[in-house]
Design a protein around this ligand. Structure first.
Ligand SMILES: Nc1ncnc2c1ncn2[C@@H]1O[C@H](COP(=O)(O)OP(=O)(O)OP(=O)(O)O)[C@@H](O)[C@H]1O
Ligand SMILES: [Mg+2]
Length: 488
């Protein structure tokens, strides 16, 4: 295994898998695909790998096919110290030159921003398929470890799916994830859990947003947060100011479509269902289906299926910075951009930030905690899935929203409800919240939901609970989870 560079945070599993792939010295060239949303550290990983093992790294650009062919030819020539660099006539020649690099042993060959190449030449995946034919001599004699990398999620995922040419050819398929809320706090060096939630609600877990911003540091304290956000996110001169816009502009399908921005705005305003989004845009739900699936494929929207009503789903904005942009920055864009009123806008947005941005993000953090960090079993059954949903209340003629619902598989195989929870960021958790949860559990029980009778009640709070709640916690079926528990 290669040594992970000391400046690389976390990514141990990714590094181990890439090292294993790169160092595999069995005969025969192999192929891997690395994808993930923008700015998560794909290039950082592959570049470090190529540096560690002396591999070949090519970063494609948005260019005409002939120019890319010339560039990669020249770079192969330089890498293999040829007197005359090859001038490949087509990608078949390039692929054979790349296979030849691995003639004497395993060599990593990384092609970054692969979608640019495939866009300029749609035949490229088939050319690679042919070059990596299972019985092809040139492949069998080579130990090239070819990694194709790119951020156009739908395209990269599509490379290996269904009837795609490369299906069945790849020995490694990696999606580089964004850092979760706990890793993000560590990465930014934040110990105060309250501040960690607030910062995560602005910049999320994208590693690129720390370095190059404010000398690579986050706010020092909760008191420092307001000034930090104004200076590093809302100031028109800060690198993060235009980042959300760049992220959207870099998605080829999305940049030209005003409707996409309005869909994201609708979700940021709290209209997460298909009907709610359509209503916000004053369109029919069927008119926005395409937009929703494009945004979902690009990894910008996440669709959460209602755990109690599988026909209903709620869309959420995956990247916190984009949610922040749509809720706080976009509505005030001209004040921010033309007049530079970062401090004033931030002061005016305090309420919107707490309820529209941090509130929903906190609910997601609670679900993530439940899925990844909570004690793994409830009532002796491992938690297998976590989600949210609506529960019908026929007597009160309304429905109740459940922020956190955990399920597991009973020994007989039946899917059972293990816990339901309420998450409140700013409000103090009190007996009213508890009574509501008890009522919901009762409704679920009466509706025949398996496990509802014994489901645990979870109260997640961003602040300390009321005295009555603290007294009630002694009850076996009730648990309060505070900020310190979430960050442990
Ligand atoms: N694990 C990490 N530890 C420390 N810094 C990181 C890590 N991952 C990424 N970074 C920082 O984030 C920056 C951006 O990462 P990188 O350019 O590799 O992202 P990417 O996924 O290739 O994005 P894009 O799709 O935009 O090309 C890096 O230059 C580095 O400063
Ligand atoms: Mg990159």
């Amino acid at each position: 295994m290669f040594a992970k560079p000391p400046d690389m945070f976390d990514r141990d599993d990714e590094w181990a898998a890439l090292s294993r792939f790169a160092a595999d010295d069995r005969p025969g060239a192999t192929l891997g695909v690395v994808s993930g949303r923008r700015r998560q550290g794909k290039t950082f990983l592959l570049d470090a790998l190529c540096k560690a093992d002396g591999g070949f790294f090519f970063e494609a650009t948005e260019a005409a096919d002939a120019e890319s062919l010339r560039r990669i030819g020249a770079q192969i020539g330089e890498y293999s110290k040829m007197a005359l660099p090859p001038r490949p006539a087509d990608w078949h020649e390039v692929l054979d030159a790349l296979l030849a690099l691995g003639a004497d042993g395993p060599v990593t060959v990384a092609i970054d921003e692969f979608p640019y190449l495939a866009k300029a030449n749609p035949e490229l995946p088939s050319v690679i398929q042919a070059a990596f034919g299972p019985r092809r001599e040139e492949r069998l004699r080579s130990r090239t470890r070819l990694l194709l990398c790119g951020s156009a999620m739908s395209f990269m995922g599509g490379l290996l799916s269904g009837t795609a040419p490369l299906r069945g050819r790849a020995g490694l398929e990696m999606i580089v994830p964004t850092l979760d809320y706990r890793l993000a706090a560590q990465f930014w060096g934040i110990d105060d859990p309250r501040l960690a939630v607030l910062l995560y609600s602005v910049v999320g877990g994208t590693p690129a947003y720390r370095d190059g911003v404010a000398g690579g540091r986050g706010p020092r304290s909760a008191a420092d947060l307001d000034g930090w956000v104004a200076e590093n996110v809302l100031s028109r001169f800060s690198p993060l100011f235009r980042e959300a816009r760049y992220l959207l502009a870099e998605e080829p399908d999305i940049r030209a479509g005003a409707v996409y921005h309005s869909v994201l705005a609708a979700v940021a305003e709290g209209n997460g269902t298909r009907g709610g989004i359509a209503g916000y845009l004053e369109r029919k739900a069927t008119d926005i289906s395409h937009h929703l699936s494009v945004l979902e494929d690009a990894g910008l929207l996440t669709r959460d299926v209602d755990v109690f009503r599988p026909g209903r789903s709620v869309y959420r904005i995956s990247e916190p910075l984009i949610a922040f942009y749509h809720a706080i920055m976009r509505p005030e864009w001209s004040r921010l951009e033309r007049r530079g009123q970062a401090d004033q806008v931030w002061r005016d947005s305090a309420r919107r930030f707490a309820t529209g941005v941090v509130g929903p993000r906190f609910e997601q953090i609670c679900r993530d905690w439940m899925q990844a960090y909570a004690p793994p079993e409830i009532n002796g059954i491992p938690v297998s899935s976590v989600g949210s949903g609506l529960v019908n209340d026929p007597e009160q003629k309304k429905s109740h929203e459940i922020d956190v619902a955990a399920f597991g598989n009973a020994p007989g195989g039946q899917r059972v409800l293990l816990a339901i929870g309420e998450a409140k960021w700013a409000e103090t958790i009190g007996t009213g919240h508890l009574a509501r949860l008890r009522r919901i559990r009762d409704l679920l029980f009466r509706a025949g939901q398996p496990g509802a009778g014994t489901a645990r009640l979870l109260l997640f709070g961003g602040t300390e609970p009321s005295a009555q709640i603290r007294a009630a916690i002694a009850d076996g079926d009730l648990q309060f989870i505070g900020l310190n528990d979430l960050y442990d």
